[in-house]
Design a protein around this ligand. Structure first.
Ligand SMILES: Cc1cc2nc3c(=O)[nH]c(=O)nc-3n(C[C@H](O)[C@H](O)[C@H](O)COP(=O)(O)OP(=O)(O)OC[C@H]3O[C@@H](n4cnc5c(N)ncnc54)[C@H](O)[C@@H]3O)c2cc1C
Length: 443
């Protein structure tokens, strides 16, 4: 039986002084896949990038480690769009249209989310919508396939190594887009990355999402046997706990789990363990103290990660750019959400900035923030954007993640068509195409 909080769940950051022994790893791999554009990571940014590149006529492969696309939005159980939903571009428009076709976008009293929030969606149906959109556009989708490594020659990624159920294989492409959230491709290819901030080594906190069903009070089974974990005695001991609607007779509960590093194997493992223990403690509190007749339905298979690490790009978008509502000559996407900078080292509802400083005007995201500084054929989008921590706290949301993905997909396909490096593209040509495809750039 487990009680208390053992060391394996304490916050842990990688020990930079450790230098473990090394082994050489070398083997011949079949080049099974060849594409114009390879996208690593099938979250909203990766799906949007792949769909946009395919719309441009490029052959596109999308590599996703799970059996489902959507990333944080589906496997993380987030079921809500933040930021402006109009004018994000034709890929996001198509996603919204398909969600509406399934009555899965929260219009009052309709569909699986009978709430009057037009931003809330059914995340399991989103998973279906995204895979069908990819397939309609001819994107080759590799599920259960994890990016492992990259081969770099003369500043260009030539192949990456992926590992699905067939074992390790090589994927060759002309252009690569890292949408993994944890910048796995950029890191393997030796690119500089950014994590945390000057104020804190910690990333924005993770949150565990779990789902409850409402049942008859007499059917409630207690979730925390005596002696397990640390029962929450009163409201003040709760972590930040957000309660969302989840269809008829259910709720989604989001609890904050701070001070773990999603880019470190052991730290992410500890975060998952801690998240599930906290879930049991908070469930117990709601049943025992608040007398809620809730039954645990399921927990997201992965903890929700707000910030992994960002790829250092030709330009690092800053919080001052966001505050100024800055426009750029190479602006290709737009952020429309507030500075949602949850305090990295606290599990309460606390923010890095005072509440009156969270609001910002719309701002542009330059093409240079989507191009990896250290290579000639690597772009990034979504949580991998080249930005400081506070700028990312706004730009990371689903709407602008899709917009960035669309812009990156368009630029990567353009570089393939023109047979040039990303930096040789005329930014105005990318802007023209982005706006022709329904993205609003006005700030
Ligand atoms: C708790 C929480 C609540 C949030 N709430 C909202 C909200 O209400 N509204 C909103 O708009 N946004 C919200 N966000 C933010 C938003 O959901 C995410 O930032 C956004 O969805 C990230 O999209 P992405 O495509 O950049 O990354 P992700 O969704 O993380 O996608 C990355 C993808 O890469 C894959 N991947 C990773 N490594 C590999 C590998 N080695 N090989 C192959 N594939 C790999 C992952 O499996 C994943 O599918 C929330 C985030 C969190 C954590």
């Amino acid at each position: 039986m487990v009680s208390g909080r053992p060391d394996d769940t304490l916050p842990r950051l990688p020990d930079q002084t450790e230098s473990p022994p090394v082994v050489a790893w070398c083997r011949d791999l079949p080049v099974r896949y060849d594409a114009d554009v390879a996208v690593v990571g099938g979250g909203i940014a990766g799906v949007s990038a792949a769909c946009a590149a395919a719309r441009s006529g490029a052959s596109v492969i999308l590599v996703e480690r799970f059996g489902v696309t959507g990333g944080v939005l589906t496997t993380g159980g987030v079921a809500n769009f933040c930021g402006q939903m109009e004018g994000q571009g034709e890929v996001f428009d198509a996603i919204l249209a398909d969600l509406r076709a399934f009555r899965a976008l929260g219009e009052k009293g309709q569909g699986a989310q009978p709430v009057d929030r037009p931003t809330v969606f059914h995340y399991e149906i989103l998973a279906v919508v995204l895979q069908e959109l990819l397939l309609r556009r001819g994107v080759k989708l590799l599920l259960h396939t994890r990016f492992i490594d990259a081969r770099v020659t003369a500043g260009r990624i030539t192949e990456c190594v992926v590992c699905g159920m067939s074992g390790p294989e090589a994927l060759r492409a002309r252009q690569f887009i890292d949408c993994s959230g944890e910048s796995v491709l950029a890191r393997a290819a030796g690119c500089a990355t950014l994590k945390g901030s000057e104020r804190s080594v910690y990333q924005l906190p993770m949150s565990m999402m779990y789902f409850v069903r409402h049942i008859a009070p007499e059917a409630v089974v207690e979730h925390l046997p005596a002696g397990w974990f640390e029962p929450v005695r009163d409201r003040n001991e709760l972590p930040m706990t957000s309660i969302w609607p989840d269809g008829p007779g259910g709720n989604a509960i989001k609890i904050k789990v701070p001070m773990y590093d999603s880019t470190d194997t052991e730290s992410l493992t500890a975060a998952e363990i801690r998240g599930r223990r906290r879930m049991m403690e908070v469930m117990d509190y709601h049943q025992r103290i608040e007398k809620k007749s809730w039954r645990l339905d399921h927990c997201s298979p992965i903890i929700g990660i707000r910030e992994g690490c960002r790829v250092a790009g030709d330009y690092v978008l800053t919080v001052d750019d966001c505050r100024a509502g800055r426009a750029f000559e190479d602006g290709v996407a737009r952020g429309t959400f507030c500075l949602d900078g949850h305090k990295p080292d606290d599990d309460k509802r606390t923010y890095i900035l005072p509440e009156n400083e969270l609001g910002i005007p719309p701002y542009q995201i330059p093409l240079r923030s989507l191009i990896a500084r250290d290579l000639r054929n690597l772009m990034m989008a979504g949580r991998n954007l080249s930005a400081d921590q506070l700028a990312l706290s706004s730009a990371r949301v689903a709407t602008s993640g899709s917009m960035m993905g669309q812009a990156a997909g368009i630029a990567a396909a353009m570089a393939v068509t023109e047979g040039c490096d990303l930096r040789s593209l005329a930014p105005q040509a990318v802007r023209d195409e982005v706006t022709a495809r329904g993205a609003w750039l006005e700030v």
